[in-house]
Design a protein around this ligand. Structure first.
Ligand SMILES: Cc1cc2nc3c(=O)[nH]c(=O)nc-3n(C[C@H](O)[C@H](O)[C@H](O)COP(=O)(O)OP(=O)(O)OC[C@H]3O[C@@H](n4cnc5c(N)ncnc54)[C@H](O)[C@@H]3O)c2cc1C
Length: 292
């Protein structure tokens, strides 16, 4: 397995990146950490003209947080750098958990958040967690910049909304509401070097005084070609004090809309069962963060 030959380009700023994409778009691929791309190029031997390395672009690697704009993560920011920020563990715990589960330290040091998203693998760990925080993405080209919810950006297996000449610039997670908690739970047999079979992420906000659920977002991972935002299931929680029966109907509603595959790793039926367990576990963990 050798890499096919291509011309390596390293733009010095985002203006040059946009110009290169505009010139070579169809015949070029962006390289961020390369932990997905280089493996794929070796396996496929694809005929490719250019690889455009964005890992040196400081502007795309910045991470910032403030109480107005929330958490803004440059697409090329390394997974390990994101995890290391105290605000991520404190306010976006589900994202912290999702990153922590990826590969080993070497992969998290090389791999970027933008790469995990743009690779659009149905088994990727961060997208469900990002959807649970209502993350938005910024997409740029030499002509314009646009924003959209992440849940709409990932359109299917290896399919995103990126058009010709566009690149993912940043990911924004709004400031979490007061009295909120979150969790990401996944199921795999052999730890980080294996992809997840099922995953669920959830963020909830509770009323300050009585533990009633004020708001909830539930995202399902690996049980469809793209992350699924389980809006009807989340509605079941709103205005309610959680109990076992309520959680069972929420997890059943999630299982009902899931579309898992049947393969040698697990049957679709088994994945639905596991999903129900993950939803209830994730809820319990998120609830305990707020209610104690
Ligand atoms: C041993 C191993 C274990 C792994 N374990 C896990 C795991 O447990 N969970 C998991 O989710 N993933 C896992 N991965 C996959 C991979 O490490 C992650 O998806 C990583 O986040 C990819 O980031 P990257 O920067 O390396 O992406 P790259 O390989 O550089 O890019 C991936 C794809 O995204 C495109 N791209 C990258 N950045 C942009 C951008 N800004 N704009 C437009 N397109 C862009 C590239 O062109 C390419 O198509 C593993 C990989 C390996 C090799």
């Amino acid at each position: 397995m050798y890499l096919p030959s291509f011309q390596y380009l390293a733009p010095k700023d985002t203006g040059e990146l946009a110009a290169l994409l505009s010139d070579h778009g169809d015949n070029a691929r962006i390289l961020s950490g390369g932990t997905d791309l280089l493996v794929q190029l070796k396996n496929s031997g694809a005929d490719l003209g250019y690889v455009i390395d964005i890992s040196g672009l400081e502007k795309l690697s910045e991470i910032s947080y403030d109480d107005t704009n929330g958490l803004v993560i440059g697409a090329a920011a390394k997974l390990d750098d994101i995890m290391a920020l105290p605000v991520v563990k404190e306010k976006y715990f589900a994202l912290y958990q999702a990153i922590e589960t990826i590969g080993a330290r070497q992969i998290r040091t090389m791999g970027s958040l933008g790469g995990n998203i743009c690779n659009a693998s149905p088994a990727a760990d961060t997208p469900p967690a990002l959807v649970a925080f209502n993350a938005e993405v910024s997409i740029a080209s030499d002509a314009a910049e646009r924003q959209m919810p992440l849940v709409d950006f990932i359109q299917g297996n290896r399919k995103t909304d990126l058009g010709k000449g566009e690149y993912l610039k940043s990911i924004t997670l709004p400031v979490p509401a007061k009295n909120s908690g979150s969790a990401y739970h996944h199921f795999r047999v052999r730890g980080g070097m294996e992809i997840a079979m099922v995953a669920a992420a959830l963020s909830i906000q509770l009323e300050a005084d009585n533990g009633t659920v004020k708001d909830a977002v539930i995202a399902l991972g690996v049980v469809g070609p793209a992350p699924i935002k389980a809006e009807d299931a989340a509605k079941i929680l709103i205005g309610q004090k959680p109990n076992e029966e309520l959680l069972q109907s929420v997890s059943q509603a999630c299982a009902d809309i899931s579309q898992p595959i049947d393969d040698f790793r697990a049957s679709a039926e088994y994945r639905k069962e596991i999903l129900r367990v993950l939803i209830e576990e994730a809820f319990d963990e998120a609830y305990a963060q707020v209610a104690g």
